[in-house]
Design a binder for this molecule. Structure first.
Ligand code: NDP
Length: 672
């Protein structure tokens, strides 16, 4: 008896009704599970996400949501072996599964950490600085981000059943938006198991996550402009979904990441026997065989200077011949199976199309017997074209399996044009030790590619590889790759939030954002803020210092002590003659140093270290005999870990006429 996969709707596990699809093991075709989503009210699922999940998530601050992500990642890691067992059934080796399962948990950890470091412990994210809109400063503009109030519908591909879900869920939850996940049917049993682990963990807010194991029925008819669809899969499905009448009528945000013909380029300097040549061959072979080439970022087109193409072919063919294809559970297997027999049929068909267009197979036999009877095995297949401009199919047809085509280029401009002929890709790698070649290539090709690696002998050891999307970097690409962007650290979070321009007084802006902005009322405190832990500090708490006079002796002493004898501080005549000063002025660094002397409370306490200054501006000069005083205000707070956090202070230095002399943000590391 095979198990029936369940949907997770309205915070309950629910079997689909009616006809169920049967899912088979990629290894031998044995039945694994049945699945279906008949009888589920998809409109109500969206409503549950909007009415229950959204409010529950929005009640939490960015930091609280970041902690949920961390707990979900820990739950996955604690039960990862259950997922590894199911991973084999998709045809993937344990190493492939590591990318999917532990890579997925790692993505949750990465977004959790980014969220706590880079987002405020608040509900609103400020975008950029206050824009002055009036003479006296009573009317200003500030851009803010708030979470969308709809649901994120995630439609995922079959190839990464765990990571593919988590790389979308991490930024979505961090933004404060609930999600409905629809995995590809063929590997939905692995996604379902991962969702069970997350719901069992008890950390998910009610309504935050729902799962559909089967078709999505009329779900798209119920979408609104507050919802987001994030899709990974084929270009044809993406086109169908993005042109759905409701998506178009309601301006539903649509993020697509679809098949792309990614390229890798051997630099003009990288002759056989250079380190870059060997690195290129190694990377192409890896990308063809990891996950049996079923990776959106895999190298489909490998380009080399015409003179080196034979050497590339020989080296690659040798490498691929040593790749042991077989049961992914065996320790000596290097490459497992494709996900299904129909996927293998599709890859064979695409290889035939490439051959018909003029490419020829130079390694591997696509008709070879399956390594295990009934399984979807296919050895790596290398094709070659010597005329890549007339064999157009190599730039248009994507065999989504262990298949790549090598091709020659004439010069760097030709290589750029060939790379861009893919009409937009997710990832490109260039193997060169020439900085000139790298600059010219990237300048000519970056507009067509979402992520680009320049690999040489100095960085290869630590390179994360051509095919690895990273949580902190953008994943997505223009044109054929779908035109969307995912992840990219906090950039990815903003896809699930609305940016709004707020125009009002600084007081209102501070109240709306829960963060201090210049011009907002200050809350004067009488206990020094360096004696308070972060939790005791309130946004807008302000410490006013005594004032001190800056004498000519101070300026001369500072110049002698530091060696900074710039004319403006030391030469009265020259300073007077300048268009800026009326005479000698205090050093900017002296003002900063005296400011610290005025506001610092010296004893050990909750402020651990000064970690930097940002946005420093010297607005008017400070002349000998002028005095200066400081106002130090808490602008924002964010946690780095359980042990430390960062306080951003607005520092304003005034002269005796209360004119602003200098302003900057001071960052300190504090005890939470
Ligand atoms: P599909 O585009 O058919 O499927 C992708 C996802 O869309 C699956 O979850 C699928 O569900 C779902 N889907 C399909 N039709 C609809 C619909 N009408 N409404 C809502 N959801 C829908 O891609 P495949 O997985 O079949 O792969 C086909 C090709 O796509 C591959 O050979 C490869 O070229 C490319 N691909 C690219 C990937 C990438 O990462 N860029 C990843 C995977 C594939 P269901 O499985 O239930 O049909």
């Amino acid at each position: 008896m095979t198990v029936q996969l369940l949907n997770y709707a309205f915070d309950r596990w629910t079997p689909g009704e009616g006809k169920l699809a049967e899912l088979q093991s990629a290894i031998d075709g044995a039945p694994v599970a049945t699945t279906g989503s008949g009888g589920i009210d998809f409109g109500e699922m969206l409503k549950h996400a909007r009415d229950v999940g959204g409010p529950a998530l929005r009640k939490l601050t960015f930091h609280e949501r970041a902690r949920v992500l961390k707990a979900l990642g820990q739950a996955i890691m604690a039960r990862k072996e259950e997922l590894y067992e199911l991973n084999y059934l998709t045809g993937a080796t344990r190493k492939d599964g590591w990318i999917d399962i532990e890579g997925g948990a790692g993505t949750l950890f990465s977004f959790s950490s980014k969220g706590r470091r880079e987002l405020p412990d608040a509900h609103v994210l400020m975008d950029g600085a206050v824009e002055p809109l009036s003479k006296s400063g009573s009317f200003v503009g500030q851009h803010i981000y708030t979470p969308l109030q709809g649901a994120a519908v995630h439609i995922n591909a079959f190839n990464f059943p765990v990571w593919g879900m988590l790389e979308k869920l991490a930024p979505t939850f961090l933004a404060g938006v609930p999600a409905i996940v629809k995995p590809a049917s063929s590997t939905a049993y692995l996604t379902e198991a991962a969702v069970r682990i997350m719901t069992d963990s008890g950390v998910l807010p009610t309504g935050a996550l729902q799962l559909i194991v089967g078709g999505v029925g009329d779900l798209f008819d119920h979408l609104t402009g507050q919802d987001v669809v994030s899709f990974t899969g084929s270009a044809s499905t993406a086109l169908k979904l993005r042109t759905h009448p409701t998506v178009m009528r309601e301006s539903v945000r649509f993020i697509a990441e679809q098949d792309s013909l990614n390229a890798s380029v051997l630099g003009p300097d990288a002759a056989p026997s250079t380190p870059e040549f060997d690195l290129f061959v190694r990377e192409v072979a890896i990308e063809m065989t990891v996950k049996a080439g079923q990776k959106c970022t895999a190298i489909r087109r490998a380009m080399a200077p015409a003179a080196y193409l034979d050497a590339v072919q020989q080296a690659l063919a040798e490498k691929l011949a040593s790749t042991k294809v077989g049961d992914p559970r065996s320790a000596d297997t290097r490459m497992g199976a494709l996900v299904s027999l129909s996927q293998r049929d599709d890859v064979r068909q695409k290889i035939a199309e490439l051959e018909a267009a003029g490419a020829r197979i130079v390694a591997g036999n696509p008709s070879a017997d399956s390594a295990v009877a009934g399984g979807a095995f296919l050895p790596p297949v290398l094709l070659r074209t010597d005329d890549p401009w007339s064999t157009v199919a190599v730039h248009d047809v994507e065999p989504f399996g262990p298949v790549s085509t090598i091709m020659p280029y004439r010069d760097l401009d030709d290589a750029i044009a060939l790379a861009n002929r893919g009409k937009g890709s997710l990832a490109l790698s260039l193997f060169t030790h020439s900085a000139d070649a790298a600059r010219d290539f990237i300048g000519g090709a970056a507009a067509y590619h979402g992520r680009m690696l320049v690999i040489d002998r100095t960085n290869s050891k630590e390179s994360t590889g051509h095919g690895s999307p990273l949580p902190v970097l953008v994943h997505g690409g223009p044109g054929r790759a779908g035109g969307g962007e995912e992840m990219g650290g906090i950039r990815g979070v903003k896809h699930y939030m609305q940016r709004t321009a707020i125009q009002s007084s600084p007081t209102m802006i501070a109240a709306i954002t829960g963060q201090y902005v210049p011009g907002a009322p200050k809350h004067l405190i009488d206990v020094h803020p360096f004696r308070r832990t972060m939790s005791e500090l309130e946004i807008g708490d302000t410490w006013k210092t005594e004032s001190r006079t800056v004498s000519i002796a101070d300026i001369e002493h500072f110049a002698e002590f530091t060696g900074d004898k710039f004319y403006a501080h030391m030469d009265e005549e020259a300073a007077k003659a300048s268009p800026i000063f009326e005479g000698r002025v205090a050093h900017g660094y002296l003002i900063l140093s005296f400011a610290a002397g005025l506001f610092v409370d010296p004893d050990p306490g909750p402020v651990l270290a000064n970690t930097g200054l940002e946005n420093l501006r010297f607005l008017i000069p400070l002349y000998p005999g002028d005095s200066m005083r400081v106002e130090l205000s808490v602008r924002s707070k964010s946690l780095k870990s359980e042990e430390t956090g960062v306080v951003r202070w607005a520092v304003e230095v005034f002269n005796q006429k209360d004119e602003l002399v200098a302003t900057y943000d001071l960052l300190t590391e504090n005890v939470p």
